[in-house]
Structure formats: structure tokens, C-alpha cells
Design a protein around this ligand. Structure first.
Ligand SMILES: [Zn+2]
Length: 224
């Protein structure tokens, strides 16, 4: 299991500054005034997220079709699947948001990946001197039914050609994290940086494809 430790050097102020301005990096419920009590953690620069995490939809789809389920109309269809899907619940490794347009089910390979990413993130934050934080899962598996709901809501990404229909793919927020110990709050840009390091590691290990979704404030991740 990975814990991303700091490499030597670590002069990463420039990256931090650019990442803060590059996105809406404020945690939910955090006003600008609160940032004075936010702690900083070291982050290893990995380059522009848009360039590093740029696995295109066609690649996600190809992998999803290979290892995933046959897209389903609703959860009732899941009983007939050849590839099993399992429910994911909020746990020590990650927090699952209340999902409105997807169902919290993944194939075993993607479930393992999500646990590994979540645990590596939490452990890495602690290894850098922070307290326990968890990643937030914002979208999981879409059915015909939830895709139709998304389309009605005007989500242009809700095409029927999404890897989210195969049980292989989930979204993790890079804006909002779950703080388990409010006595030591960390600036969200540092949490995002550590999450990116973790994803870079698993992507390089060949465990996943990752797309940096700027509009949705998440990393779109497909297990492989
Ligand atoms: Zn996604």
C-alpha cells in the first residue's frame, strides 16, 4: 500500500500558487476568513493536472467495456450480470456523497482501487504531518435511468457513452474533502496536491486511467 512521502527538495511554492489559482480550491463551508487557520502541507509537483491526467473518454470506455458490466437499465438488472458489482459504502478509506444521479456499486477491481486510493490519500496526509482526511466520492455507476435524469438536468457529459455505465468508473472531488479532526485543518489546495500524487502513482502502476474534470471539480477514474 502506498504512502506518498516527500521526495527531497520539495520547493513547491510555485506549483501550490498556480494550483490555487487554477481551480476553485475552497473547501465546502470554508469562508475566505477561515484560511488563516488552514495549515499547509508539502506537495510534490507533478506538473499540470490537465496534461498529466488526460486519458480521453475513448480510452476509459475501451477499458470499461473490457472489464466492466454490461450497462444496465436499473439496479434490478444487476441480478443478471455476469460480472458482479458490489455496493460501496462510506468507510475508513473514503466518504460516499449522497448520490442523486448514480448508484454506489462497482466491480471488485474498481472497489479495490477506490479503497487503495482512499487509504493512500489518508495515510499520506498523516505522513506529511496532517490529521485524518478522507476523499469524497461524488459519482459512481450510472444506469439508463440515472443518465436520463442527468440529461434532463442539462449535464452535457451525461452521454450514454460514459464509462460510468460499466461499474468501473468513479469520480473523486478535488475541491471537497472530509476532515475527521477539525483541530488541524489543512488548506484544500494541499489536499488536492496529495490526492494528485496518489493518483499519479496508481496511474503509473497501470491500475487506472484518470481525467482531470475541471468543470465538475473532480478526477474521473476508471480501474484497469
Ligand atoms: Zn466521471
Amino acid at each position: 500500500m502506498l504512502i506518498v512521502m516527500m521526495c527531497c527538495g520539495g520547493g513547491d511554492e510555485a506549483q501550490d500558487a498556480s494550483e490555487v489559482s487554477a481551480g476553485n480550491g475552497m473547501a465546502a463551508g470554508t469562508s475566505a476568513a477561515d484560511t488563516s487557520v488552514m495549515h499547509r502541507l508539502r506537495v510534490r509537483p507533478i506538473g499540470s493536472y490537465s496534461r498529466v491526467f488526460n486519458d480521453v473518454n475513448a480510452e476509459h470506455l475501451a477499458v470499461a467495456r473490457e472489464i466492466g458490466i454490461k450497462p444496465i437499465g436499473s439496479l434490478y438488472d444487476a441480478y443478471n450480470l455476469q460480472v458482479p458489482i458490489m455496493r460501496i459504502n462510506t468507510c475508513n478509506d473514503f466518504f460516499v456523497e449522497e448520490l442523486t444521479h448514480s448508484l454506489p456499486y462497482l466491480v471488485p477491481q474498481a472497489t479495490r482501487l477506490l479503497h487503495d486510493i482512499g487509504r493512500s490519500f489518508s495515510d499520506s496526509v498523516i505522513a506529511r504531518g496532517g490529521k485524518k482526511y478522507k476523499i469524497r466520492v461524488t459519482s459512481v455507476t450510472r444506469t439508463d435511468h440515472t443518465v436520463a435524469q442527468l440529461r434532463r438536468g442539462g449535464n452535457v457529459n451525461a452521454t450514454s457513452e460514459s464509462a460510468h455505465r460499466y461499474g468501473t468508473t468513479f469520480d473523486v472531488s478535488y475541491i471537497r474533502f472530509v476532515c475527521c479532526d477539525s483541530s488541524y485543518m489543512v488548506g484544500p489546495q494541499y489536499l488536492r496536491g496529495i490526492l494528485a500524487e496518489v493518483l499519479d502513482y496508481y496511474r503509473n502502476e497501470g491500475r487506472c486511467l484518470v481525467k482531470y474534470e475541471v468543470k465538475q471539480g473532480c478526477f474521473h477514474i476508471t480501474a484497469r
